[in-house]
Design a protein around this ligand. Structure first.
Ligand SMILES: Nc1nc2c(ncn2[C@@H]2O[C@H](COP(=O)(O)OP(=O)(O)OP(=O)(O)O)[C@@H](O)[C@H]2O)c(=O)[nH]1
Ligand SMILES: [Mg+2]
Ligand SMILES: [Zn+2]
Length: 314
């Protein structure tokens, strides 16, 4: 049988068959060593082949094959830098939820996420959530960031997942597509899924008052079929976002505004660091390229993993 993975707990996978039935599946032992370097060989969104095995009066599926992935979004866990984790696969788009505070989302994190999505050709929409909680000054900051990322080419929508504001705009973009919600713990991913589909009631939790961070309420990625003809993958909050398998000279190509300028650099292998007549640095001096983007770029290039959460905007 063929099916799609809807949920993965690490040892069990919930697979929806082509005729719409959900099966609990395991993977064959040798699967883990088939040259896949990620900590999870099977990811939510994967198209798989599986067979049913009878165990008394229960039938359990065994996944024997993963069909080729159209794309996937992968990250490096920063502590175990050799370990990679596929968050989800076969996506039409990703929505990155961003909050200014409670919890703070820094531009270095946004930029790392965007670079990975560019590398794997996945469109990203930025959702600036919790707009109801911001002061005038913070609203101006959001406006600045929305302007910055819109100019680069990313769609940006200010939303209130809790109050439902602009949720219809998100809905429109989701129709007939498979999307994923990503972002730090506590930014409101599950709240947004609940706002999109009344009957779902996914677990959500207030962020901790002590640390102003989310509580990692969602613990496994899971896909849901929504009644307006969309599929959404809710994911656990991520702390850091280490980039995977990128050559130094390719990172700049995943900053669309740098890539556009690259042909005007004196050297065609310009890394936009200390080279003379670099069009990116010239644009930076004229404030046509954002310093926060440039700093994120340099951090990625120099592998400054420790500082991946520093705030390049402030
Ligand atoms: N004021 C306000 N609070 C919101 C909004 N959206 C979400 N929240 C609150 O933020 C908290 C965290 O929301 P969750 O949906 O659990 O966050 P999450 O991103 O799913 O977090 P994890 O599952 O831990 O990754 C909850 O208390 C929500 O009610 C919003 O637009 N405005
Ligand atoms: Mg959640
Ligand atoms: Zn250059």
């Amino acid at each position: 049988m063929n099916g799609t993975v809807y949920k993965s707990t690490g040892s069990w996978y919930t697979v929806k068959s082509e005729d719409g039935v959900f099966y609990e599946c395991r993977i064959k032992g040798k699967f883990r060593t088939q040259g896949i370097k990620s900590t999870n060989p099977v990811a939510v969104g994967d198209q798989v082949v599986f067979e049913l095995e009878d165990h008394g009066n229960e039938s359990v599926g065994v996944i024997s094959e993963i069909l080729e992935r159209k794309n996937y979004i992968i990250r490096k866990s920063v502590k175990l830098s050799k370990q990679t984790h596929i968050i989800a696969s076969n996506l039409d788009q990703v929505f990155l939820l961003v909050t200014l505070n409670n919890p703070p989302t820094f531009t270095s994190f946004i930029d790392r996420f965007l670079v990975t999505a560019e590398a794997y050709d996945i469109p990203v929409v930025l959702l600036f959530n919790k707009m109801d909680t911001y002061s005038e000054g913070e609203k101006a900051e959001v406006a600045y960031l929305m302007d910055l990322y819109t100019q680069i080419g990313y769609a940006c929508i200010p939303i209130e997942a809790k109050g439902g504001k602009n949720v219809d705009k998100v809905k429109q973009l989701m129709k007939d597509r498979t999307s994923m919600f990503s972002g730090h713990s506590g930014v409101g991913k599950s709240t947004l899924v609940n706002a999109l589909e009344k009957g779902l009631h996914l677990k959500t939790a207030e962020i901790s008052e002590q640390h102003l961070q989310g509580q990692h309420t969602t613990t496994f990625a899971e896909m849901y079929d929504l009644s307006f003809g969309a599929r959404i993958i809710d994911t656990p909050g991520i702390k850091g976002f280490g980039i995977v398998d990128m050559e130094q000279d390719e990172i700049g190509d995943y900053f669309p505004e740098f890539f556009q300028l690259k042909s005007k650099c004196k050297f065609n292998n310009c890394l936009h660091l200390d080279e003379p007549k670099c069009a990116v640095k010239e644009a930076l001096e004229r404030d046509e390229v954002a310093w926060s983007r440039y700093r994120s770029y340099v951090q990625m290039l120099t592998g400054e993993e420790e500082n991946y959460r520093t705030d390049n905007y402030r």
